[in-house]
Design a protein around this ligand. Structure first.
Ligand code: NAG
Ligand code: NAG
Ligand code: NAG
Ligand code: NAG
Length: 634
C-alpha cells in the first residue's frame, strides 16, 4: 500500500511540476523496398523524442542539455550527451558497401566501417580534449573501437557535414564546433548490435525490434547501424522544439528467389521470425512497403491487404507506399506480410541514379600512386558537388597536380585544405567540383607513400592500410531516386513524403586499401628458425658421441616358455627343417655384439650401484642368463 501511494505521489508531482510528463514519444517504423536488382532493402527507424521547458531553452541558447529525469530516453546515452557538451551526434557502424548504381540512394548513407561526427555546444573547455573523452565514452557504449580516433584522423570540414538539426547560420557556418572521424577498418557484429538494442525502450522483447534477429542481419549484403541525435522542430510551423534520437538499422538482403524464379518474400523469411507482441511504449508502430509502380498489385500481391496506400510526388519521383499499422494488426496472433510475385524476376541493366561516384587507386609499385574519383552526372543540368577527402598523413599528396585543370575541363574550387603533419595530423581536402550535364569527370590526387617506423606497422602489415571513404554532398534538382528529401521531419513516415524541388544527397565512396613499403618482418623469424634448426641438428649427435661409452651386450633369447613350446610343436610338424633351425639357433646364442650404450639414458641408481669390479665382470663374463639373474637379485 505504501509503495502504491509512493508511485502515485511521484506520478502526481510529475504532472504538477512539469505538466508534460508524457510528452516524450517513441515511434517505431520499418520500410521494406524491393529493389530493381532483386535485392530487398529494409530500413528500421526507432525515434525517441524528449521535451521539457529546459530542453527548449538549451536548444535556443546553445547550452548543454540537462536531463533531470529519463523517461523513454536511454539514460546511458543521455549522460554522455549531457557530460560532453553534445548538440548533435551522428554515429554509424556499417558492414558492406551500398551500391548506389544498382540500389539508388539509401535513407541514411553511411561509409563502410565506423563514422562519427559531432557538433558541440560552444564551451570554454578545450574541444579537442572533450572530443577525445566523448569518443572513449561512446566506444564503451557501443562496443566499437572508436578509441582509435585521435588527432591524426579527426578533421573539421567546412561544407560537407553541416548540422542536420536546428542551427543558426553563425553556428552552422563555424566548423570549429564540429569534429568528424571515420574508421574504415571497423568490423560490425553482434557485439555492437546488442548495446544498440539496449538503448531502445522495449529492448527486443516486443515491437518491431523483435525482428532484429542476428543471423539474418549478419548474413546480409549490407548492414548499417546508426544513432542520430539532433534538436528538431515538433511540427511544421516549428512553434516548439524537442530533442530527437533516431536509431536506424538498414539491411540489404540478397534476392530470395524461389525455385520458380519468383522474387517472393515475407517477414518470416527475411528476419527468421514473426511479429508477436507490440511495444506498449510505442505511440506508433508501422510497416511500409514500397509499391511504387505496383499500386494495382499487378507485379506482386501483398497478404494481408495493407490498411491504406500513401502516395506522394509525381512523374519520375512518384512514390507509393502500402502502410500497415502493426498495433492494430497484432490484435490476434503473429503478424507476417507476404509478397507473391506474378512473374519471374528478370535481371537487366538498371538505369543509374542522377549522380554516382566511384573511387579507386591507380599507379603501380611501392613509391607513388594516385587516388582517382570518377563523378557521373546523368541529369540534364550541371551539378555542383562538394568532395571531401580525409587522408592519413603517410600518403603525401602533390597538391600542384591535384587541382590542375588539365585532366578536367571543369573548375575545382578548394574550400578547405589542411595539410598533414607527420604523426600529428591527417589531410583534409575539401573541394567544390562542377560536373557538366550528362558527363563523367575524373579527378585525381597524386601521392607518394611515406616510410613508417617499424613499430607503427599493424601486426598484419602486408594486408595494407585502409583509406576512409570520400564524402560527396550535392543538391540534386529533382527528388528522382532520392529516398528522403524532407530532412527536417522526425518520423520516417514524414521523411518518406516526396517534396518537389531540390533534394540534398550525401554519398560515400568505397574505402581503399593501400599497401605501403613494408619491411620484411618475417626475416628475423626466418633467421631464428634456421639457426635453431642447425643448432638442434648439430647438438644431438655431438652430445650423443661425447657422452657415450662402448659396452658389450649379448642378444638375449627373449622367447618365453610358452612360445618355446609352440616352437617345439611346430618343429615336430616340420621335421625336414629341424636341423637347419637348430644351426641358426646355435649361431645366435654364440654371437656376441658390441652395443653402444649411453649411461646418461640408463637408470641412474643402477649406474651408481655398479662398482669397478662389477663392470669388469660384466665386460669379461659371457652374459648368461644366470649372471643376469644374480645381478637383478642384488
Ligand atoms: C532513378 O530514377 C530513374 C527515373 O525515375 C529510374 O528510371 C531509375 O531506375 C532510378 N534508378 C535507381 C537505381 O533507382
Ligand atoms: C568560430 O568559433 C570560434 C570559437 O567560438 C571563434 O573563435 C571563431 O572566430 C569563429 N569563427 C568564425 C568564422 O566565426
Ligand atoms: C645416439 O646414437 C645411437 C646409436 O648411434 C642412436 O641409436 C641414438 O638414437 C642416438 N641418440 C640421440 C639422442 O641422437
Ligand atoms: C666364455 O664362453 C666361452 C665358450 O662358452 C668359454 O670358452 C670362455 O672361457 C668363457 N669366458 C669366461 C670369462 O667365462
Amino acid at each position: 500500500m505504501g509503495e502504491f501511494a509512493g508511485v502515485l505521489l511521484v506520478f502526481l508531482s510529475c504532472l504538477v511540476v512539469t505538466g508534460r510528463c508524457r510528452d516524450d514519444t517513441f515511434t517505431e517504423e520499418l520500410l521494406i523496398r524491393p529493389l530493381t536488382s532483386g535485392h530487398i532493402y529494409s530500413h528500421f527507424e526507432f525515434t525517441t523524442t524528449w521535451t521539457t521547458p529546459e530542453i527548449t531553452r538549451s536548444i535556443d541558447q546553445y547550452r548543454d542539455f540537462e536531463f533531470s529525469h529519463y523517461d523513454l530516453f536511454p539514460r546511458a546515452f543521455g549522460e554522455i550527451v549531457e557530460r560532453y557538451h553534445v548538440r548533435e551526434l551522428h554515429l554509424s557502424l556499417t558492414q558492406g558497401l551500398w551500391r548506389h548504381r544498382k540500389w539508388g540512394y539509401p535513407i541514411v548513407d553511411a561509409p563502410p566501417g565506423a563514422q562519427l561526427w559531432v557538433w558541440f555546444n560552444p564551451t570554454s573547455e578545450n574541444l579537442d580534449q572533450t572530443w577525445r573523452d566523448l569518443v572513449n565514452a561512446l566506444s564503451g557504449l557501443v562496443c566499437a573501437s572508436l578509441n582509435f580516433i585521435d588527432s591524426t584522423n579527426t578533421v573539421s570540414p567546412e561544407l560537407s557535414y553541416r548540422p542536420q538539426g536546428l542551427a543558426e547560420e553563425w553556428y552552422a557556418g563555424n566548423s570549429s564546433y564540429m569534429r568528424y572521424a571515420a574508421l574504415p577498418r571497423e568490423n560490425v557484429c553482434t557485439e555492437n548490435l546488442t548495446p544498440w538494442k539496449k538503448l531502445l525502450p522495449c529492448d527486443t522483447q516486443s515491437g518491431l525490434s523483435m525482428l532484429l534477429h542476428p543471423v539474418p542481419l549478419y548474413t546480409a549484403h549490407y548492414h548499417a547501424l546508426s544513432l542520430h541525435l539532433r534538436p528538431s522542430c515538433k511540427d511544421v510551423s516549428c512553434s516548439s522544439v524537442h530533442l530527437e534520437l533516431t536509431q536506424a538499422l538498414s539491411l540489404v538482403q540478397g534476392p530470395t528467389l524461389s525455385s520458380s524464379g519468383h522474387q517472393d518474400w515475407s517477414l518470416q523469411q527475411l528476419f527468421s521470425t514473426q511479429l508477436i507482441y507490440t511495444c506498449p511504449l510505442a505511440s506508433m508502430s508501422k510497416i511500409y512497403v514500397d509499391v511504387t509502380g505496383n499500386r494495382d498489385m499487378k507485379k506482386f500481391t501483398l497478404d494481408p491487404e495493407p490498411d491504406i496506400f500513401d502516395e506522394s510526388g509525381s512523374g519520375p519521383s512518384l512514390r507509393q507506399l502500402a502502410v500497415y499499422d502493426v498495433q492494430a494488426a497484432l490484435a490476434g496472433d503473429g503478424f507476417n506480410i507476404e509478397a507473391t510475385y506474378k512473374s519471374r524476376h528478370i535481371y537487366g541493366i538498371i538505369p543509374s541514379p542522377h549522380l554516382h561516384v566511384s573511387r579507386f587507386i591507380t599507379g603501380y609499385g611501392q613509391e607513388g600512386g594516385s587516388i582517382t574519383v570518377k563523378f557521373t552526372n546523368s541529369g540534364s543540368t550541371s551539378l555542383s558537388v562538394v568532395y571531401l577527402e580525409v587522408l592519413p598523413w603517410y600518403l603525401r599528396l602533390f597538391l600542384h597536380t591535384s587541382h590542375s585543370y588539365s585532366h578536367t575541363k571543369s573548375p575545382v574550387y578548394i574550400s578547405k585544405l589542411v595539410t598533414a603533419r607527420d604523426r600529428e595530423q591527417g589531410w583534409l581536402y575539401e573541394a567544390v567540383v562542377e560536373i557538366p550535364a550528362s558527363s563523367t569527370i575524373e579527378l585525381s590526387l597524386d601521392f607518394t607513400r611515406a616510410l613508417l617506423k617499424w613499430l607503427e606497422y599493424p601486426p598484419d602489415a602486408n594486408h595494407g592500410f585502409y583509406i576512409p571513404a570520400a564524402t560527396i554532398s550535392a543538391v540534386l534538382p529533382t527528388p528522382r531516386n532520392v529516398s528522403v528529401n524532407s530532412l527536417t521531419c522526425s518520423t520516417l513516415k514524414d521523411k518518406l513524403v516526396v517534396q518537389d524541388g531540390p533534394s540534398f544527397v550525401r554519398l560515400h565512396t568505397e574505402t581503399l586499401l593501400v599497401s605501403l613499403p613494408t619491411p620484411d618482418f618475417s626475416m628475423p623469424y626466418n633467421v631464428i628458425c634456421l639457426a635453431c634448426t642447425v643448432v638442434a641438428l648439430a647438438f644431438g649427435p655431438i652430445h650423443n658421441i661425447t657422452t657415450k661409452k662402448l659396452v658389450l651386450k649379448k642378444i638375449e633369447n627373449k622367447e618365453s616358455s610358452f612360445s618355446r613350446i609352440v616352437h617345439r610343436v611346430k618343429n615336430i610338424f616340420k621335421r625336414g627343417h629341424k636341423v637347419e633351425n637348430d644351426c641358426v639357433e646355435k649361431d645366435a646364442t654364440k654371437e656376441q655384439v658390441i652395443v653402444e650404450e649411453n649411461p646418461l639414458y640408463e637408470d641412474r641408481e643402477d649406474l651408481e650401484d655398479i662398482t669397478e669390479e662389477d663392470e669388469d665382470e660384466v665386460k669379461t663374463s659371457n652374459k648368461t642368463e644366470n649372471s643376469q639373474e644374480t645381478k637383478k637379485d642384488r
